[in-house]
Design a binder for this molecule. Sequence first.
Ligand SMILES: Cc1ncc(COP(=O)(O)O)c(C=O)c1O
Length: 348
Amino acid sequence: MIASDKITYLDNNATTAIDPAVLEAMRPFLDKYFANPSSGYRFAAQVRDAIEQARERVAALLGCEPGEIVFTSCGTESNNTAFHSALEARRECKHVVTTAVEHSAVRKPAQELERQGYEVTVIGVDKSGRLSLRAVADAIRPDTALVSVMWANNETGVIFPIEEIAQIARDKNVPLHTDAVQAAGKIPIKLREVQLQFLSISGHKLHAPKGVGALLSKLPEEQSRVRNLRDRFEKALVEKIPNARVNGAGAPRLANTSSMMFDDIESDAALMMLDQENICCSAGSACRTGSLQPSHVLSAMGLVNEQARGSLRFSFGRFNDDKDIDRAIDVVPRVIGKLRALSPVSAR
Ligand SMILES: Cc1ncc(COP(=O)(O)O)c(C=O)c1O
């Protein structure tokens, strides 16, 4: 086993460490207060109260009413539930609109719908990863049952203009679902001002354990600190590594995410070498680990296969500090240099 204090963890879009404050808040319910919240006695009422308090906190994070929150076990279940509910409510409509860069937790339900005879319109993005509002408006038809557009991309951090997309969907009277798994806790979400029907979030992306809902709000200070770390990291890598590029640099992005492209390397080899150095990052989404396919997100942004396969995702978080960035700035360029020296392109 590798001790976690030896690790430089730069993969916070895959999952995050549990915050000790979250663990403390949860401990009584793993230990003493184990009752089924639906039971009639007072012992259970304490658990019920705690759930309602958690619901209020999640509502505060999202700027909505507590009664609008449904707890699920994860982002994937939330996405699936949103699809099922929307389609059930509009059974006569057999058309769905989504984008080319969604997480597989939306892509797969959309593909399943196609197998069931639905028509799915998949909207592409430009080379910075941006979505055209006109393309969204044009894709919606009278028989559209649901529009599903993520709020922020898990690979590049590119943020979509959900407020404007919600207005378009509303004008056309079609429900909107947004996968906000990467957005929640990183950018302000004020659902009282954004009229949408379904929004998915996932606790383990914001320092809660796997398999539960969300909580907290340390938003503004934390994000500007993380942005400084991320920007220092990107600047140093672009300076130290010839032809290093930031994917999605031209678009609004999450403060914590850095998708970087390096010529003449294979990301899988880079990940192995970085792992040997105890640096954790990924080649796209964690779900793609071990897949030989280039990232569908980067391909949709116009990167050719070699460029997509030469890209790495670094995602920063609450527990990263300047020491982590110093280490990464030292190790990553060395690893890329070694790989390039071994590359058949450099031998030519
Ligand atoms: C954008 C996005 N949506 C959905 C998910 C799935 O969330 P969960 O792991 O909670 O099922 C992820 C996880 O990586 C994600 O990044």
